[in-house]
Design a protein around this ligand. Structure first.
Ligand code: ATP
Ligand code: MN
Length: 463
């Protein structure tokens, strides 16, 4: 007999003559003549209520084994339930206990555990209500990402994880090496001699797939990456991981307007899809984690995003009837408090800020006619601040070369990037968004470590 997913049984809610389920015991309540056992298989937040009656062969011995965490297979009659809050329950005819879980030592007993505590037992925490809901939402969100782009004919491209270019010269790199660390080869100048390393040059874990995505967009028109990204940032914040997943679409024959339109449609699509795919989990987050989760999602789905320039944003911030911790003036980057003021108080919905000063943005962004701003865009959302960062890219060879020289960047190393402007260059644009930030935003989880199964952060790479 095939085993059934508990989610499917609960959604249908219909009695059936004969059903088999498998899963882990969440709770056990012993009565005089019965024992109620809730079994969860991870397919949904709610488990299936099962009832074992005394008539069951070996009743006492079996019930003794059915402690929280034990793994079981149960078969029986799925019957209409007299109890409140559930339509069906399993009247158990046979039980197999695969593995017991000792109640004295199994760490996940019924009481509420702090997220900090659960991080230390990341090998077990996926069995809790909250983390279970997080990882189901994360899956729905990833599915929605692919669905959105695939429906629009974007090619999913796999950009390298080991890379020799550090995209924005951002620092924060993890070096990949096979050199003997006890005896590192040195050059005459006493520098580390990477020419003797595995790749014959210094290599890193990638911080972004954008430049490679640009290469692919110059052949396939519309592409996207969705893969792991690494930053050795020693900032212990609730929004930064050393290993996170990034989504980076790149579109040829596309300007900043097209880029903004796509990003807005994209965010609306993933919120809508997740609400449809995981209604119970989303309701749980709204009830138990952050009671603004639903309104925030509706806000994204139903409102047209506001669009203003950086210069307009600065003017609004200067006029704001409140004091900011960080200074506001044309030329300075927007801080989180500024972004949140604009999104949460001024517009009360997501907004897209465009045309930032050249000096605070990356070298590849397209220079505007005014000579002092670039075709950049950031999407700022209530409760979270920056969620998307993107730009129209500089497609003019001479302008790009000038920028690279001004910044003192190693032009020779970017020869292939410049070739894209030499051979069949086109206006193109794209954006990047941190996948965990979206999941965080969607679920209201305050710490980014709790939206990825196995977080990598400074001094922590367990599991
Ligand atoms: P931040 O200012 O928050 O550090 P950033 O400017 O360094 O972000 P980008 O280089 O633009 O970010 O990266 C693109 C996206 O990747 C960001 O919008 C953000 O969503 C996400 N992101 C960046 N760094 C991290 C990180 N360490 N952990 C998780 N997500 C990140
Ligand atoms: Mn950063």
């Amino acid at each position: 007999m095939t085993t059934r997913r508990i989610l499917d049984l609960l959604r249908t809610g219909q009695p059936e003559e004969s059903v088999t389920i498998q899963g882990w015991v969440r709770t056990k309540r012993e009565q005089k003549e019965f024992c109620f056992v809730e079994v969860n298989d991870g397919s949904s937040m709610a488990g299936l209520q099962t009832i074992l009656s005394q008539d069951l062969p070996d009743y006492e011995a079996i019930v003794k084994k059915l402690n929280t965490g034990a793994s079981v297979e149960m078969a029986g009659v799925l019957a209409a339930s007299p109890a409140k809050g559930q339509r069906i329950e399993l009247q158990v005819a046979s039980v197999t206990v695969y593995g017991e879980a000792d109640p004295e030592t199994y760490p996940l007993q019924k009481k509420r555990h702090s997220f900090e505590f659960l991080r230390d037992i990341a090998h077990l925490r996926a069995r809790t209500n909250t983390l279970g809901a997080v990882f189901r939402v994360r899956n729905a969100c990833a599915t929605a990402v692919h669905q959105f782009f695939q429906e629009r004919g974007f090619l999913w491209v796999h950009t390298p994880i080991i890379s020799a270019n550090d995209c924005e010269g951002a620092g924060e790199l993890f070096t990949v090496t096979t050199m003997n660390l006890k005896d590192v080869p040195k050059t005459k100048e006493q520098e580390i001699d990477y020419s003797q390393d595995f790749f014959g040059r210094r290599a890193f874990l990638t911080v972004s797939g954008q430049l490679e995505a640009e290469i692919m967009a110059m052949a396939f028109t519309n592409v996207y990456t969705f893969g792991p990204t690494f930053r050795a940032e020693n900032s212990n914040t609730s929004r930064h991981l050393a290993e996170f997943w990034m989504i980076e679409p790149e579109m040829a024959f596309c300007d900043l307007i097209g880029n903004m339109d796509l990003a807005e449609a994209f965010l609306k699509h993933i919120f809508k899809s997740v609400l449809e795919a995981c209604p119970e989990d989303m309701q749980f987050f709204n009830d138990r984690i952050d009671n603004t989760v639903m309104v925030t999602a509706e806000n994204i789905i139903n409102n047209e995003f506001e669009r203003i320039t950086y210069t307009e944003a600065i003017a609004l911030l200067e006029k704001a009837d409140r004091k900011f911790e960080y200074p506001v003036s044309w030329g300075l980057d927007l801080q989180s408090e500024h972004e949140r003021y604009l999104a949460e108080e001024k517009f009360k919905k997501p907004l897209i800020v465009t045309d930032y000063p050249t000096a605070i943005k990356a070298f590849y962004m397209r220079l505007n006619e005014d000579g002092k701003t670039v075709r950049a865009m950031d999407i700022l959302a209530p409760k979270i601040g920056e969620i998307v960062g993107g730009s129209q890219r500089e497609e003019r060879l001479d302008v790009l070369e000038r920028r690279i020289e001004e910044l003192g960047m190693p032009k020779e190393e970017l020869w292939w990037y410049l070739d894209l402007r030499r051979f069949g260059t086109v206006p193109h644009a794209g954006f990047g968004l941190g996948f965990e930030r979206v999941v965080q935003f969607m679920t209201g989880m305050t710490n980014i470590r709790d939206v990825i199964p196995f977080p990598r952060t400074p001094l922590s790479a367990d599991f």
